[in-house]
Design a protein around this ligand. Structure first.
Ligand SMILES: C[S@@+](CC[C@H](N)C(=O)[O-])C[C@H]1O[C@@H](n2cnc3c(N)ncnc32)[C@H](O)[C@@H]1O
Length: 273
């Protein structure tokens, strides 16, 4: 899975692991598959060589558009974050009241079901910040909001002024709809403004994007961070972590915490004094 995510393949993905056999299914548009097939087969062979296992079989089957677009929905799960938050897809029912806030999310084609390690790492940092530095929640900026999940979680955790931005107009639309669905639309200002054009400073900035974008945005993160504010970044592979922390330090950000899930790593920074 990590390999497929790291390759940024524009497809719905699910995986199942059986005795001695793993199956990864990708739902890809026909015209995209033509470009991707060679690359996927090549990378899988390389990986099989590294781990000295047999090269995987690749099988292709045509599906009706409607069935593949929704195929991933069968695999979407309910995620619990301690006793503080539950994130569930809109189409799943909870058997009993969990006694904590519940986010119901329909990500459509935007990113953010709560299923990806990089999102979950952010939510764990958010729980920590809520407990230890609730003052940071007075103003929150979610950069790369996707489905809106992190901005919605922040508001359910008591955030004040909350701004959420994304460069993808579909994501902004979906995030707005999810905020409305969860009764927090009036608490979040959604925008497509790039980070450098967003005014004000924020007690908490969260950004779950990928390495190259996070590096590009470092100076703007620093500029938009309130004096004692916290910056949560996620979307980095563990192998990218050290280099990223060095660059963040050069941009005036000091690492406060880190958390790892599988091959993904996520950090909390504050402005260096
Ligand atoms: C990995 S998703 C994260 C979604 C959600 N925040 C989560 O944690 O699940 C990254 C999002 O960042 C957006 N993005 C990429 N580059 C960006 C940039 N320079 N500024 C704002 N958003 C950006 C993408 O469109 C995508 O929706």
């Amino acid at each position: 899975m990590t390999f497929l995510e790291a390759m940024n393949i524009p497809a719905a993905v699910n995986a199942s692991v059986g005795a001695g056999r793993s199956v990864i299914s990708l739902y890809i548009e026909n015209h995209e598959w033509d470009d991707l097939r060679e690359n996927i087969v090549k990378k899988l062979r390389e990986i099989a060589g590294i781990f000295d296992v047999p090269a995987p079989e690749v099988a292709v089957r045509d599906l009706e558009e409607a069935s593949w677009r929704d195929a991933w929905k069968r695999f979407a799960r309910v995620y619990r974050f301690g006793s503080e938050l539950v994130v569930k897809p809109t189409w799943r029912r909870l058997r009993k009241d969990p006694g904590c806030p519940v986010i119901s999310i329909d990500p459509r084609m935007a990113f953010g079901t709560g299923g990806h390690a990089s999102t979950r790492l952010c939510i764990h940092h958010l729980r920590f910040i809520r407990r230890k530095r609730p003052d940071c929640l007075e103003s929150v900026l979610d950069v790369g909001t996707g489905s809106g999940i992190l901005a919605i979680a922040a508001v359910l955790f008591g955030a004040g002024r909350t701004v959420a931005t994304d460069i993808d107009p579909d994501a902004v639309r979906v995030a707005r709809e999810n905020a409305a669905l969860n009764g927090v639309a009036e608490h979040i200002r959604f925008t497509m403004d790039p980070l450098r054009e967003i005014s004000g400073r924020f007690g908490l900035i969260m950004a779950n994007i990928f390495e190259s974008v996070l590096i590009e945005l470092l100076d703007d993160f620093k500029r938009r961070l309130a004096k004692d504010g916290m910056l949560v970044v996620s979307g980095l592979l563990a192998s990218q972590g050290g280099g990223f922390v060095e660059k963040a330090s050069a941009a005036g950000l000091r690492k406060r915490r880190q958390r790892r899930a599988g091959s993904w790593i996520s950090y909390v920074f504050e402005a260096a004094r």
